[in-house]
Write a protein that binds this ligand. Structure first.
Ligand code: FMN
Length: 176
């Protein structure tokens, strides 16, 4: 299956990116095709609600979102890899999700999804805003959750390497 991995951190080799890399290694070993979109290093203009797309058409912005549009249609799975920023997902990955508006008609088809997320705090309660968002998004799109790897207690780049979570991300990819 084709898997579109969308990352949201501006930190090269950051913690959520590390989870994405381990997930990708596992998924590739399991024979899947990976397409990766590092939102923080691309140009994705925020949706301006002009509605020119009619929720299923061309967007007024011809930017790097075109890559997502091209690859999401036949992807059997979409993976979101994000740091927690003020208890939500990063603005970079949110901008990509908001641009789903223009392909809304295209993506309401069954797909698998996964969430890879890292944050500094140690309180699991803080994850709720992000996991709730992920769940209602999947519910709306008709996608099914294939797994989540959520790594608390990781702040500096590399911190996640000293935890069990990269291995969990690898095993999630490998299990598909
Ligand atoms: C702008 C910003 C906001 C953050 N907000 C939170 C937060 O609300 N809760 C938290 O536990 N950590 C927060 N963090 C810490 C990051 O979530 C944490 O360092 C994470 O591992 C970063 O992932 P990355 O290495 O993939 O960028 C924040 C970091 C930044 C830069």
């Amino acid at each position: 299956m084709k898997i579109l991995v969308i990352t949201g951190s501006p930190r090269k080799n950051g913690n959520s990116s590390t989870l994405a890399e381990h997930f990708i290694r596992g998924a590739k070993e399991a024979g899947h095709e990976i397409v990766r979109f590092d939102a923080a290093f691309k140009k994705v203009h925020p949706c301006i609600a002009c509605n020119k797309c009619g929720m299923n058409g061309e967007c007024v912005f011809k930017d790097d979102f075109e890559f997502v549009r091209k690859h999401i249609a036949d992807a059997g799975m979409v993976v979101f890899a994000t740091p927690m920023y003020y208890f939500g997902i990063s603005a970079q990955i949110k901008a990509v999700i908001d641009r789903f508006y223009a392909i809304n008609g295209l993506i309401h088809v069954p797909k698998k999804a996964a969430l890879l997320m890292t944050y500094a705090d140690n309180s699991r309660r803080k994850e709720k805003a992000i996991t709730d968002h992920y769940e209602v998004l999947l519910d709306y799109l008709g996608w099914s959750d294939a797994g989540r790897v959520i790594a608390p207690g990781v702040w500096p780049v590399g911190a996640v390497n000293r935890t069990k979570y990269p291995e969990q991300a690898y095993r999630l990819g490998k299990s598909l």
